[in-house]
Design a protein around this ligand. Structure first.
Ligand SMILES: [Zn+2]
Length: 199
């Protein structure tokens, strides 16, 4: 790929850093973008920067938001004593699409994975503990992936919450082992949610 102009290669490298995009797709996207009118690219760059400037994290649930608190935490019809714990913001979207969960969320921003530097203190776990002390929820739903890191995190949290007089449930294993909540189809996820098991 050395025959490419430096600026093009630089852009390809940027796309290559994105999750789920390999070098081939990076190249395809870059050449597609370069073929677009300048105004389109300006709009693309502006929306990217604008999103970065405008987006904040909700101080209650740590989901991305543009209001404080976010629209879910601020919704008076949502049940505040039922908190669904997810690893990432994308998982909130996946569960919200089902339109069946009436509680609120807590985004950990990762799962426990020490080799990757993700120790419990790097996640929003202390914040969760503070939230529990302050708001005394009745149910905590662990909606973490059924893979090794999701399991580790669920067990860690279940242990932490033991004795706190809170019902702790976990999504049913309707999800294929190792599959991700973000990519689960709606029916499977709905089923996993309804059939959640108490830990
Ligand atoms: Zn929120």
């Amino acid at each position: 790929m050395q025959y490419l102009p430096k600026a093009v290669q630089r852009l390809i490298n940027q796309f290559d850093k994105l999750p789920g995009i390999g070098p081939k797709t990076s190249e395809k996207l870059v050449f597609h973008l370069l073929g677009r009118p300048k105004e389109d690219l300006q709009e693309f760059a502006d929306s990217l920067m604008q999103a970065r400037e405008d987006i904040i994290t909700c101080p209650l649930c740590f989901n991305y938001a543009d209001t404080t608190p976010c629209s879910i935490c601020g919704d008076k019809d949502r049940v505040k004593d039922k908190i669904c714990i997810v690893a990432e913001t994308q998982d909130v979207q996946a569960i919200e699409k089902l339109r069946s969960f009436d509680g609120v969320f807590h985004v950990l921003h990762g799962v426990i994975n020490p080799p990757e530097g993700l120790t419990p203190d790097k996640l929003k776990i202390k914040e969760l503990q503070n939230r529990i002390i302050k708001h005394k929820p009745k149910e905590i739903i662990l909606a973490l992936n059924h893979d090794i890191h999701g399991e580790t995190t669920s067990l860690y949290l279940a242990k932490l919450l033991k004795g706190a007089n809170i019902k702790v449930t976990r999504l049913a294993k309707g999800l294929p082992s190792g599959s991700e909540i973000e990519y689960a189809d709606d029916i499977t996820l709905s089923y996993a949610f309804k059939d959640r098991k108490e830990l």
